[in-house]
Write a protein that binds this ligand. Structure first.
Ligand code: MRU
Length: 361
């Protein structure tokens, strides 16, 4: 997508003084500063995932794949690669794309002689990124038809939660890919952007992406969605996912479940954009999905722009109060109108997923 008019991806490989490196956008600095940084080691990749310089299920899968490529340049032995894979997978538990990316890299690399592993690793990580872009482009095409169908008269109002735009993937995004496609197709759109406490991915990242693309949007407090739905001001919800279980239950950013309940109660279609690598056929149902518990400080504090232009983190709650920070929740399949995959839109059910991905089910 374009940043100030320049085509930009969220991750890329580059050569620095003859050494292969990985460049990412430091998403902890957005929307106030667009800053890139370079990952030189697998430990850099793990740190970037853990502190959320990169985040979003598909992007952490791609970053882990490049982390494996950085590892292959240093120690391409079976033990070395397995060790790196283990600590990368341990960084964040909910998005299955992370494990998927590492397992795919290990499968490719361990089957080759050690001498061939480094070039193969960079090629495989690049292939994962290209596939991600094509999957998201296809999700955009399929989701565009849902937006078209939801149009009554005038502007279509889409509500989204967290950031499932291009910053959460290599390019295009998942939940926002249909929005970008609809805007390109000339459909008049407006997006309600949940701020998405505690880390504010909606207010910081989704709003920034939509502003860059010139798409009308309004940031709302997380609790506003139900009210807007009751008053007919939301035509459809589209969110992303970190993991879809085999029965169609969906894990996504904390707060998604409440939006799905409100949508169900108000007859608002609730779609989940889910690329193949986010579907976990090994897990029978959503209750089995591990939910990341993050540092309570993310709830206790908030980061913003200080008057002098620096980033400032301030405390919100009394010093003695405890905080809890479950980072994801699970929306049961019965509340999901459909899954938008690269292979088309299907019901959130075991049968429909198995019919669309027979080779994996
Ligand atoms: O904690 P985050 O910012 O990594 O959570 C991201 C989400 O919950 C996204 O909705 C999900 O990963 C889908 S991204 C295309």
């Amino acid at each position: 997508m374009l940043v100030e008019g320049t085509p930009t991806r969220s991750i890329r490989s580059l050569l620095e003084a003859g050494a292969r490196r990985v460049e990412i956008i430091d998403q902890t600095r957005l929307p106030h500063a667009f800053v890139t940084c370079v990952l030189a080691t697998p430990e850099d990749a793990a740190e970037a995932i853990a502190v959320m310089r990169v985040r979003g299920a598909p992007l952490i899968g791609a970053t882990a794949a490049y982390g494996m490529a950085l590892a292959a340049d240093r120690d391409a032995s079976d033990a070395g690669l397995r060790r790196t894979g283990d600590f990368l997978v341990a960084t964040r538990p909910t998005a299955v794309n992370l494990r998927w990316g590492v397992e795919r890299m290990l499968k490719q690399l361990l089957a080759r002689p050690v001498s061939e592993r480094s070039p193969a690793a960079w090629a495989e990580a690049a292939a994962i990124c290209e596939e991600d872009v094509e999957q998201n482009r296809a999700i955009g095409r399929h989701g565009l038809e849902l937006i078209r169908a939801a149009r009554r008269d005038g502007v279509v109002n889409v509500l989204t939660h967290c950031n499932a735009g291009w910053l959460a993937t290599v390019d295009w995004g998942t939940a926002l890919a249909p929005v970008f496609a609809a805007a390109e197709a000339g459909i008049p759109l407006h997006v309600w952007v949940d701020e998405t406490r505690p880390r504010n991915q909606g207010a910081s990242l989704t709003a920034w992406e939509l502003a860059q693309a010139g798409i009308p949007h309004t940031v709302i407090a997380d609790n506003a969605g139900g009210h807007l739905m009751q008053h007919g001001r939301v035509d459809l919800c589209i969110v992303g996912t970190d993991r879809v279980a085999a029965n169609g239950d969906v894990a996504n950013k904390i707060g998604t479940y409440l939006k799905a309940l409100a949508a169900f109660d108000n007859g608002v279609p609730f779609y989940v954009a889910a690329p193949g690598p986010s579907i976990d056929f090994r897990l029978a149902e959503g209750g089995d999905i591990p939910i990341e518990e993050r540092d309570a400080e993310e709830v206790a504090r908030i980061q913003g722009l200080a008057p002098d232009g620096s980033l400032l983190s301030v405390r919100l709650i009394p010093a003695g109060s405890a905080c809890a920070n479950p980072a994801f929740d699970v929306t049961p399949a019965r509340l999901v109108s459909g899954l938008i995959t690269e292979r088309g839109v299907c019901a959130a059910s075991r049968q429909a997923l198995a019919a669309l991905f027979p080779e994996r089910a």
